[in-house]
Design a protein around this ligand. Structure first.
Ligand SMILES: Cc1ncc(COP(=O)(O)O)c(C=O)c1O
Length: 397
């Protein structure tokens, strides 16, 4: 923001160490994950091993996006055409899209100004018709996983974690993305690990990974190259369609050297976030929703609510910041924002969700790439507070 040297739109740089393997891949042209032998695994297979080990999961399947990981998860846990899937009303459009792609109907649970799922509404909507739940840890905000897990167990409903934005987040000291039937992460450029595009599915369930591997595009006996000894692939041979959402070796080569950097990025991201959070909260004009005490955040963006602003003042925040070249995004004010449920026309009629609507009308969104310096952060805070105070003053005068 402002004259910041590092723009809020910057992605994480790719480590120098990726170059050697990328050169080799360019030389050999060996970009397809299943060309390599079982004994000499491909970059994609190595990424899967390394990411699963880092997260403490049994199995990982790398794919071309988190959206694909969520879609494969829905299919692998048994969601069928016409089923209902409970999702938060505040998430990226990719989530209801994955549900629709699986032929199912998204049911939306309210999200309040804490930016977490409203558990009373979630519980009310967890009826016998719900075939699966997708919990989006939207923008890294973790909903009450204890309560969600208890409800899913009680109703015997599989829970899929959309942890696209939550790599490195802990809940009760447990890694987010390892608590559900599957966990899905994104390597799209605006995430903690930058693969351009890419995603990964984690699970401890041998049947789920077997089905997901087939559906990702492991045709014929390519499943053998995943090097999983205890997965019942033979049982599912030719039983599942091939959706062909594989990752290629070049993406994996870009992602692999970033795995050892995740912990440092999380620490830096959290320090930056806390610094900006304290400064914004001290202003009294805006409020950053507090962390849940059970959660250790790993943020790469920051959301804050405008306090006591009316619609006209809120609009002015967007207008003033846009006129100065750095629009502060306000989810429910910015025209076609893909995180706003009433823009998801493709799901049919959306229900009335007053809590989520009220939150979206005042919640602001900024990226906070972990590479930002103190100077960058100060400029960002100053810019936000200037726009916010001017928006309020102009109306008052
Ligand atoms: C909450 C959430 N879920 C899922 C996705 C989809 O990720 P991808 O772009 O890798 O499909 C995103 C993308 O930003 C997201 O924000």
């Amino acid at each position: 923001m402002g004259q910041s040297k590092r723009s809020v739109y910057d992605a994480e740089p790719i480590p120098e160490s990726a170059r050697e393997i990328i050169e080799q891949l360019m030389e050999s042209g060996d970009l397809f994950r299943y060309t390599a032998s079982k004994e000499n695994p491909s970059q994609v297979t190595l990424l899967e091993k390394e990411f699963a080990a880092y997260m403490g999961s049994k199995y990982a399947l790398a794919v071309n996006s988190a959206s694909s990981a969520i879609f494969l998860s829905l299919k692998a846990v048994g969601v069928k055409a016409g089923d209902q899937v409970l999702i938060p009303a505040w998430t990226f459009a990719a989530v209801p899209s994955a549900v629709v792609h699986a032929g199912a109907q998204p049911i939306l649970a309210e999200v309040g100004e804490s930016l977490r799922i409203d558990m009373a509404d979630f519980e009310e909507k967890m009826t016998g018709n719900i075939a699966a739940v997708v919990v989006s840890h939207m923008r890294g905000h973790t909903s009450d996983m204890d309560a969600i897990q208890a409800l899913c167990t009680k109703h015997d409903v599989p829970m899929i974690e959309d942890a696209a934005h939550s790599l490195g987040t802990l809940w009760n000291n447990r890694k987010v993305g390892t608590m559900g039937a599957t966990g899905c992460f994104s390597f799209q450029s605006y995430k903690m690990v930058n693969g351009g595009e890419g995603g990964i599915l984690l699970t401890d369930d041998p049947d789920i990974i077997a089905k997901a591997v087939f559906m990702s595009g492991a045709y014929e006996h390519n499943w053998a190259k995943h090097n999983f000894d205890d997965v019942p692939f033979e049982k599912y041979q030719n039983q599942y369609p091939l959706y062909n959402v594989r990752m290629n070796n070049l993406s994996a080569a870009v992602i692999r050297p970033q795995i050892p950097l995740i912990d440092a990025r999380v620490a830096k991201g959290l320090a930056n976030y806390t610094y900006v959070e304290n400064k914004l909260n001290a202003s009294g004009a805006v409020a950053v929703p507090p962390a849940d005490p059970r959660e250790r955040r790993a943020p790469d963006s920051l959301q804050f609510n405008l306090i006591g602003f009316d619609d006209a003042q809120t609009q002015r925040v967007m207008d003033i910041s846009t006129a100065r070249g750095n629009p502060i995004s306000i989810f429910g004010i910015q025209g076609d924002n893909a995180r706003v449920f009433w823009n998801w026309k493709f799901i049919g009629n959306t229900p009335d969700l007053p809590k989520t609507r009220a939150m979206l009308k005042r919640a602001c969104d900024i990226r906070l790439p972990v590479g930002m310096t103190r100077e960058d952060l100060d400029q960002t805070v100053d810019f936000i507070l200037e726009c916010v105070s001017e928006a309020r003053m102009r109306i008052a005068s």
